[in-house]
Design a protein around this ligand. Structure first.
Ligand SMILES: [Mg+2]
Length: 349
């Protein structure tokens, strides 16, 4: 088995602001596995250093270790065991890329879409939220207008980045009462700040607030103090023990943060057992990462709209998985689906 790695910077239309900072260019690693018959599977590693705690160099190092192991190995139990060991030790965005590439490869070998191999029924289009990237009132209001016109039923607004109340009021004024507003603080608040902010923002009408604070105990405290606002773990979903005890209403799971499709499905099973509502999101992934999440979602059947309509945030590229009326079609072609690689062309380094 050969593993080939390409690196690209994908430019966003505008700086993307959140509680962990802002970015304009997104580093992505495109991973290609090829078996001895020349069959190919593709995956993507999408590390965000401020978010996952690992950068491109860490992921490249892990992928190179995997590449050398797979190139030297022959198919059999010893290789499978070495790969399993690597999955346990390696950084999660690297594991996600290899896991996704193997799902793509094995599904293409049998001519099926990944969702069918995951045991999903013919999937309905997946409900997704629109994410507002602007940090100012006028920009946020304009984006809300676009989301409303496009038929989204849920819009996500970043908070903890200044003028939250003003932006949120401007967004609600544009959306009217029927479109849900989801907040995401990316852990920017302390417990006291989160309690005060959520109590003051709640009258605007909030579907839920993602990651108001970092940490399980901190989230539990905010949930107890502000029961009128549903909370979701996001960054904290990766904390030790997060899937074993329910500290709030919902949990957001991601391909890059849970080691690909396999890791995400396992996490979703454990989270549901604990009583969480589950939904999926991307970390500004490219089309392969988004497609992997769509296939996983077909099996998971999320309880809330998913944060997977993020390809429109990129500049100079057509979105191969666009949302229509707030929903994205699950790809029906073999593997992860057709038409996903054009997005990466001409920008590989
Ligand atoms: Mg989030």
């Amino acid at each position: 088995m050969n593993v080939h790695i390409d690196f690209l910077w994908a430019r966003l239309r505008a700086p993307f602001f959140s509680g962990w900072g802002s970015i304009r260019d997104r580093p992505l690693l495109l991973v290609r596995v090829e078996d001895s018959d020349g069959q190919v599977g593709l995956g993507e590693a999408a590390p965000l250093p401020d978010y996952h705690g690992v950068g491109v160099d860490d992921v490249l190092e892990a992928l190179n270790a995997c590449r050398e192991m797979l190139a030297a190995a022959s198919p059999g139990p010893a290789t499978a065991q070495a790969l399993a060991e690597w999955r346990r030790m390696a950084v999660l965005p690297a594991v996600a890329a290899i896991d996704t590439a193997f799902w793509d490869l094995e599904s293409r070998q049998t001519g099926q879409p990944v969702w069918r191999r995951l045991g999903a029924r013919v999937p309905d289009p997946l409900e997704v939220n629109h994410t507002i990237a602007a940090s100012d009132r006028a920009g946020a209001a304009a984006e809300a207008g676009v989301a409303r016109a496009a038929g989204f039923g849920c819009v996500k607004v970043k908070v903890g980045i200044g003028d939250d109340a003003g932006r949120l009021a401007a967004v609600r004024a544009v959306l009217g009462p029927d479109v849900a507003i989801r907040l995401d603080a990316n852990g920017a608040w302390s417990v006291d700040e989160a309690v005060a902010a959520l109590r003051s923002l709640a009258p605007v009408g909030i579907e839920l607030c993602e990651e108001p604070v970092r940490g399980l105990e901190q989230t539990r405290q905010v949930a107890a103090a502000v029961p009128e606002v549903a909370l979701a773990l996001d960054e904290t979903a990766s904390a030790a023990g997060a899937l074993e005890e329910r500290v709030c209403r919902a949990i957001c799971l991601k391909i890059a943060g849970f080691g690909g499709i396999s890791g995400l499905l396992d996490a979703a099973r454990r989270a549901r057992r604990t009583g969480y509502e589950v939904y999926l999101a991307s970390t500004l992934d490219g089309p392969l990462g988004i497609a992997a999440a769509l296939h996983a979602a077909a099996a998971v059947r999320p309880d809330r709209p998913c944060g997977l309509a993020t390809l429109g945030l990129f500049a100079e590229r057509d979105d191969p998985l666009p949302a229509r009326a707030g929903r994205i079609e699950i790809p029906t072609g073999a593997g992860l689906g057709d038409g996903l690689t054009e997005w990466y062309r001409g920008n590989l380094m």
